[in-house]
Design a protein around this ligand. Structure first.
Ligand SMILES: NC(=O)c1ccc[n+]([C@@H]2O[C@H](COP(=O)([O-])OP(=O)(O)OC[C@H]3O[C@@H](n4cnc5c(N)ncnc54)[C@H](OP(=O)(O)O)[C@@H]3O)[C@@H](O)[C@H]2O)c1
Length: 266
């Protein structure tokens, strides 16, 4: 069975490891952890092994996750660059860190770049992956399967990573903002926000599932809710008069531009 190391054992690493263990793709004893902060190990299955440094973790594993914050990856790369890394597959989940910047420190090794989102923490993530030319299809499929145990996965080209940040990585925050705005609206209409949260979230989930399962277009789905001169039309008029679609597009463009800027800095 393949051994998997996590260098950086925080929130994302524990969610990924949890998904892998739950799906029985890898047993906990095949997982090796290293984190500067030993408190982090409490989030993991007690059978996971602990390494004393990044080098030891990488040395013991076939698949090595870089799951530190982006500002810490340089230290990790410089620590393991002296190892013979041939044959290992490195997986970076660090936002804005390109494959090329990792190759600059590690040379021509197998690298998979991954962008998960935070719903992965509850097994409902969306994860995009891309690889360099040294990774085989079997290795790539194996790494994809590690993420599909915590949600949906898709392969994209690395050039699309910045744009995808706006679609899947930052976008949970837009949804939270929309939910928060609806809760503020609910409060103004006399609801207690703690009572309204379940109603609002169930409506968001049901509506998203309706988009996915119903063959009708989004315009048709909107028309199903909206009757002429009815209540929904009044609400949608307010959104339209305030350029709701333009605001969302502008926000997504700002997000993608910033992701591109950050990728160029690394
Ligand atoms: N959270 C998200 O929404 C999200 C989404 C997609 C991708 N990501 C990416 O996922 C990565 C991890 O994020 P996270 O939220 O899981 O971070 P996190 O909970 O802060 O975990 C990172 C851990 O790495 C440790 N660390 C720092 N430098 C280290 C080193 N040189 N060697 C070993 N461990 C080290 C940190 O310790 P200290 O705290 O003591 O420094 C911390 O315990 C980030 O690169 C982020 O860009 C996050």
């Amino acid at each position: 069975m393949s051994k998997i190391a996590f260098i950086g054992s925080g929130n994302m690493a524990s969610a990924i490891a949890g998904g892998i263990i739950k799906s029985k793709t890898v047993s906990p004893s095949e997982i090796i952890l290293f984190d500067k902060n030993e408190e982090q190990y409490k989030k993991f299955d007690t059978e996971c092994k602990k390494a004393s440094c990044a080098k030891e973790a990488a040395l013991c594993a076939d698949y090595v996750f870089f799951s530190v914050k982006p500002q810490n990856i340089k230290d990790v790369l410089s620590e393991i660059s002296s190892l013979d890394n041939t044959g290992k597959v490195f997986i970076s989940i660090c936002a804005g860190i390109t494959i090329e910047s990792i190759e600059r420190q590690l040379g021509k090794v197998k690298i998979i770049r991954v962008m998960p989102n935070t719903p992965l923490l509850i097994g409902q993530g969306v994860t995009a992956l891309c690889k360099n030319e040294f990774v085989t299809k079997e290795e790539f499929d194996f790494v994809s399967s590690l993420f599909s145990s915590s949600g949906y996965t898709t392969e994209i080209e690395e050039k699309d990573f910045s744009a995808l940040t706006a679609l899947t990585s930052s976008s949970p925050a837009y949804v939270y903002l929309f939910a928060k705005s609806m809760l503020t609206g609910a409060q103004k209409l006399g609801f207690n926000p703690s009572d309204a949260v379940l109603l609002v979230c169930k409506t968001l989930i049901g509506s998203a599932n309706m988009i996915l399962s119903d063959s009708r277009s989004l315009d048709e789905l909107i028309r199903m809710v909206k009757s002429p001169n009815g209540t929904t039309e009044k609400a949608l008029d307010v959104f339209e008069n305030n350029n709701f679609t333009d605001i969302v597009c502008e926000a997504m463009k700002a997000c993608a531009d910033r992701a591109e800027e950050l990728a160029k800095m690394n």
